[in-house]
Ligand binder design. Structure first.
Ligand code: NI
Length: 265
């Protein structure tokens, strides 16, 4: 259902994005919304960045946050490269007992239709659960190009804390057209090209929990991922409007053949 409504969702999402820029906070509607799935979509050339609402349900969130409340957290610098280490100040869960929730969250992300269309993931690195409080932040950095033997094409942050419960903690993604500060409802995810510099602003009140991860995409280049996403969205909208028409077949053919041309499997 998400897919058939993707095109109007994109139109709606552009105004959401403008609002988001003004307020630095994006709020996302309930899953019953017709636009569930795509709530925000940035169309900056070569900087495909997407916000997906309700990746985790309220029940999922309760399970994940309960597990994190019991988890043991260690200094996040352990998983940062030599330069990022100098600007990284957070805590990361270090607990084998989290394997069950890590699996649950990974399944929810990989099972999300919009994530699959926007990111075209081949594989994900193991998720990290991070915690920021007491002024912790993560200064500007670029993520490692290779992690656990995977090329990182898309970075993502799944917000786990209610944004009203903490101050600061925005994920700020830098691009040629300016910085985007993103702070989402618990259970919502932002995905952005791993090529971008980004930072996490200091958390000055409360506690910010998040799951972060990286995808190796079948499509390395973000501008190409964006074209495939737009074509796929248009194709599904066409199908919803007129069924399997000749035009739908032509767009589908081009989409499939572009995917064949560009995919690195
Ligand atoms: Ni990072």
């Amino acid at each position: 259902m998400v897919l058939e409504t993707a095109a109007p969702a994109l139109r709606a999402s552009r105004s959401t994005l403008r609002r988001a820029r003004a307020e630095t906070t994006v709020s996302i509607d309930a899953p019953s919304s017709k636009l569930a799935g795509i709530s925000n979509y940035s169309n900056k050339l070569g900087a495909m960045q997407i916000v997906i609402g309700n990746v985790l349900s309220a029940d999922d969130l309760a399970i994940v946050t309960a597990a994190l409340a019991r988890a043991h957290f260690v200094d996040g610098r352990a998983t940062a490269g030599f330069a990022a280490r100098t600007v990284k100040n957070n805590r990361q869960a270090d607990d084998r007992k989290l394997e069950t929730v890590r699996k649950l969250v990974t399944e929810r992300i990989m099972g999300n239709e919009v994530f699959r269309l926007a990111v075209r993931p081949k594989a994900l690195t193991p998720l990290l659960f991070s915690r920021y409080q007491d002024g912790m932040n993560y200064g500007s950095h670029v993520d490692d190009a290779l992690m656990d033997g995977l090329r990182t094409d898309v970075s993502f942050t799944l917000f786990l804390s209610d944004p009203e419960s903490y101050d600061g903690g925005e994920l700020v993604i830098e691009s040629a057209s300016g910085d985007d500060a993103v702070k989402l409802a618990a259970g919502s995810l932002v995905a952005y090209p791993s090529t971008a510099l980004h930072l996490v602003a200091p958390v000055t009140r409360g506690r910010r929990l998040a799951a972060v991860g990286w995808a190796r995409s079948f499509i390395r280049d973000s501008a190409r991922r964006e074209m495939l996403f737009d074509l796929d969205t248009a194709r599904r909208q066409l199908f919803a409007r007129e069924g399997k028409s000749a035009e739908y077949d032509l767009v589908s053919k081009s989409l499939a053949n572009l995917l064949r041309m560009w995919a690195e499997d």
